[in-house]
Design a protein around this ligand. Structure first.
Ligand code: C5P
Length: 236
């Protein structure tokens, strides 16, 4: 079964308040998106990578690898993350059969460990639906009212935080995202779209340091994680 990676990278990163989209900010010496790309270029079971970019993105050509060791397809991103993923899926028509796999990973998660990506592929390859990297919730969770007061404590025992990458059958994910779009339902990850149409994705335990860079302090954390992992070589 062929596997392609999809990297939605068409967000503007407004919550971060930087002058440029977060995927192009430097962490541990390189643009965030290049840490992500490296992980997928290195995994031998992945045949190619589709990257969704915002219309008018002028920064990608400045950081793009000159001779990537596998096909890298640039596709137009959409208004929401799910539109960007759907655009990439549509662009892969003819490259994948409906039972082949796609692995979607946020450009904003530069700390993905190659071994976690490999583990996801090992665990999900024989599943009929697909699955996602996730970590069990460790904090005590509170529900709040609009005034910021606690209305309930939510038991954390069965709760997980969904991360990316998320790996699904090509045809199923495309159909699920199309269904969400036509129902006007905003899905925040691939699993949610697949759950909506009645399937049960698998949870695969990943690493809590696979953080999503959303706020300015996450950049500091991502830098620390990558430098600690790679030592000074991350600066080169
Ligand atoms: O905004 P958020 O951090 O949830 O975005 C997650 C990922 O989705 C990021 O990599 C971002 O670039 C991408 N995205 C996208 N198209 C959009 C919005 C977000 O590809 N319209």
């Amino acid at each position: 079964m062929a596997i392609w990676a999809i990297i939605p990278a068409a967000g503007r990163g407004q919550r971060l308040g930087a002058l440029r989209p977060k995927q192009y900010l430097a962490v541990a010496g390189r643009a965030l998106i290049l840490h992500v790309l490296d992980c997928f270029l290195t995994e031998p079971r992945i045949s190619g990578i589709a990257i969704a970019l915002a219309p008018g993105d002028r920064e990608w050509p400045e950081v793009a690898p000159v001779e990537p060791r596998k096909p890298v397809l640039i596709v137009p991103g959409g208004r929401d993350r799910s539109d960007s993923v759907l655009s990439a899926l549509n662009a892969l028509t003819g490259k994948l059969e409906k039972d082949d796999w796609v692995i979607v990973h946020d450009a904003a998660r530069p700390c993905l460990r190659p071994e976690d990506l490999g583990h996801l592929i090992d665990m999900v390859s024989n599943d009929s639906v697909g699955g996602v990297l996730a970590v069990p919730v460790v904090d005590t969770l509170k529900r709040a009212d609009s005034g910021g007061h606690i209305t309930a404590t939510v038991p954390r025992k069965e709760l997980w935080r969904a991360l990316t990458p998320q790996m699904f059958r090509y045809g199923l994910l495309q159909a699920a995202l199309l269904e969400s779009r036509s129902a006007g339902s905003l899905v925040t990850d691939e699993a949610m779209a697949v759950e909506r149409v009645g399937y049960v994705p698998r949870l695969v335990e990943g690493s809590a340091d696979n953080i999503k860079v959303t706020h300015a302090q996450d950049l500091v954390l991502a830098e620390a994680i990558l430098l600690h992992r790679h030592g000074s070589s991350a600066k080169q």
